[in-house]
Write a protein that binds this ligand. Structure first.
Ligand code: B12
Ligand code: SF4
Ligand code: SF4
Length: 349
């Protein structure tokens, strides 16, 4: 049953730049719907209301596209060549999560998926495909686990014995029936490094995340002011957070990403808060034109930079924060007030 085609597919996907490819069927994640339901009932999705929409499709890929027979799950390695935790001690600098230090992975992965999809159609004319990376109601992690790319670690992301945890996921749904792979076992064992390091205690239990507390959610998805009780823990993280991934012992097997689009841009490795805080709409759009950061807009980004300034302990940054006390955006203004008060030592926030 298409064994030969599968072998060619593996070769082709490596040629296109994917690090790993595995196959499952749309019906292979029977417990995902109930776990999604429990996640949503606990309100762990916070303001990401789109997660509660089209849950029928999200929880059951077989209903998303009934004609699909196989799902090709792909891993795209973005492993850094530096320790992402190092910058956290340098409080005058902003920590941008590894995945966002260069091109937007949605674009990079989608391009590769489309290329592989076109190749597949050339092999079998009648084949239909749909490609997904992140933006559709598809639960990519359980699918990746069912296909055998890795297992969902206690931090909930996929971990692979070969790649560690620095890889993006992409999916190709196809009408072709391809030989399936087997799922990967959980190799977390008694380790709890990711749970222990989380600055905001965002894991109510192993394998469960309350996104409302996750710094990735707070700095990227959450509009409006961040709760006072969580601002200190943001430290200098101004876009996303890598802590739970960075401490995973399986990352000792990770090899630096080949994809040049994921190599950190020099100016985003260790940017100065004093410079980022001066960004206006134009300069923000210019700096982040091909980056995933562009999506959050100047105001939310500057809000994050101001929280980091508040946490910097550097009173010399008070003047730059003062300039934003008159900002037109009330959330930026609130963040500037908070940063100044914190630096002056007059807040318990
Ligand atoms: C929403 C979302 C987020 C949210 C919520 C994260 C989350 N864990 O759900 C926020 C904004 C916080 C986020 C953060 C990050 N994200 Co994100 N995110 C997504 C997105 C769009 C959907 C994820 C989802 O469906 N969540 C809903 C929950 C219910 O799903 P789940 O985590 O699989 O839930 C499982 C567990 O909770 C478990 N479970 C639930 N209850 C119970 C009970 C028991 C007893 C057990 C054992 C298990 C269990 O089972 C559930 C189903 O398998 C996916 C893309 C996609 N379409 O899949 C990317 C995705 C998961 N993110 C990704 C990345 C890289 C990140 C960050 C590392 C980015 C960063 N550096 O800031 C962080 C990591 C934070 C973390 N520890 O998860 C990658 C992960 C790649 C990988 N190797 O796994 C994805 C797949 C994007 C991609 N295409 O590559 N993300
Ligand atoms: S990304 Fe950061 S804040 Fe979110 S769960 Fe991981 S360690 Fe915690
Ligand atoms: S840090 Fe430990 S517990 Fe967390 S995912 Fe990695 S192996 Fe599992």
């Amino acid at each position: 049953m298409n064994e030969n085609l599968k072998n060619l597919l593996l070769e082709q996907s490596h040629e296109i730049g994917f690090s790993m490819v595995r196959i499952c069927a749309p019906s292979d994640i029977p417990s995902a719907a109930s776990k999604l339901d429990s996640f949503l009932k606990k309100n762990h999705h916070g303001s990401m209301n789109w997660m509660a929409e089209r849950i029928e499709w999200r929880g059951n890929p077989a209903s998303l596209w009934p004609d699909a027979k196989s799902i090709i799950m792909l891993a795209d390695n973005y492993s850094p060549n530096h320790d992402p935790l190092h910058i956290l001690a340098h409080r005058n600098l902003g920590a941008i999560s590894v995945y966002a230090q260069n091109k937007d992975y949605h674009e990079v992965v989608k391009k590769k998926l489309k290329k592989l999809g076109r190749w597949l159609i050339q092999q079998e004319n009648s084949t239909q495909i749909k490609v997904f990376v992140d933006t559709a109601p598809v639960m990519e992690k359980p699918l990746g686990a069912a296909a055998g790319l890795g297992w969902q670690g206690k931090h909930t992301n996929l971990v692979s014995r070969d790649l560690g945890s620095w890889f993006f996921l992409g999916a190709i749904f196809t009408t072709l029936e391809l030989p399936k792979d087997t799922g990967e076992e959980d190799h977390c064992g008694s380790c709890s490094a990711c749970l222990d390091i989380c600055p905001t205690s965002a894991f109510p239990a192993p394998y469960e995340l309350d996104a409302r507390k996750c710094i990735s959610y707070l700095t990227i998805e959450h509009a409006g002011p961040v709760e006072l009780s969580l601002r200190d823990q943001l430290g200098n993280r101004i876009y996303g957070c890598d802590d739970c991934l960075a401490v995973c012992p399986w990352n000792k097997f990770a090899k630096e990403a080949n994809e040049i689009g994921y190599h950190a841009r020099t100016e985003l490795k260790a940017p100065k808060l004093s410079e980022l805080v001066t960004l206006d709409d134009n300069s923000f759009r210019k700096l982040f034109s091909k980056s995933p950061i562009k999506r959050i807009g100047r105001n939310r980004f500057v809000r994050n930079v101001l929280y980091a300034i508040g946490n910097s302990g550097n009173v010399e940054l008070i003047d730059s924060a003062k300039k934003l006390q008159l900002d037109l955006d009330p959330v930026v203004k609130d963040a500037a007030d908070w940063a100044i008060a914190k630096l002056k030592g007059s807040t318990n926030g």
